[in-house]
Write a protein that binds this ligand. Structure first.
Ligand SMILES: Nc1ncnc2c1ncn2[C@@H]1O[C@H](COP(=O)(O)OP(=O)(O)OP(=O)(O)O)[C@@H](O)[C@H]1O
Ligand SMILES: [Mg+2]
Length: 137
């Protein structure tokens, strides 16, 4: 892997894993020189999506990849789980929708905090890919 990239993997297996993923994201953002507000946005989005993978997907993994290229710095976070999947993606992305008797703000909140968020889900394979990118200042 070229020297301008980093890749950290956090296994999501116990509640503490979420804190680890969150901290790994924060460190990656700090390393890239992202400001305090962006570091907090990223950490919050990672917590929410990782918590979903653990709660609804029974666990999984969170990959945090950083890259610097073409005057840009970016972080790509991929959260995978092998649970039952999200039956209705449109509903799941709607603020207030929850099958877990919770606030239903995790997915829509993370989408708002990141520059992009894409979900692919089928039984046995759910993948959320989120990106935050900033131009070099
Ligand atoms: N990895 C996943 N696997 C299966 N279903 C999921 C997954 N992630 C989200 N969902 C479904 O999408 C719904 C919405 O997720 P979201 O994170 O927005 O809200 P929530 O987890 O219910 O509540 P909150 O995150 O606000 O505590 C969940 O209630 C659940 O039905
Ligand atoms: Mg949630």
């Amino acid at each position: 892997m070229p020297g301008n990239e980093t890749h950290v993997v956090v296994l999501l297996s116990v509640p503490e894993s979420i804190i680890m993923a969150r901290q790994a994201g924060r460190s990656a953002a700090t390393e890239l020189g992202f400001g305090m507000a962006d570091r907090t946005r990223l950490a919050t989005a990672i917590s929410e999506i990782s918590r979903n993978a653990l709660r609804y997907g029974g666990g999984g993994r969170c990959d945090i990849v950083t890259a610097k290229q073409h005057g840009m710095r970016e972080i790509t976070v991929t959260v995978l789980d092998t649970g039952p999947g999200i039956p209705d993606l449109e509903k799941a992305m709607t603020p207030g929708f929850s099958t877990g008797n919770s606030l239903g703000m995790g997915l829509p909140g993370a989408e708002r905090l990141m520059d992009s968020l894409k979900v692919e889900s089928a039984p046995g394979n759910t993948e959320v890919v989120m990106v935050m990118r900033r131009r070099n200042s």
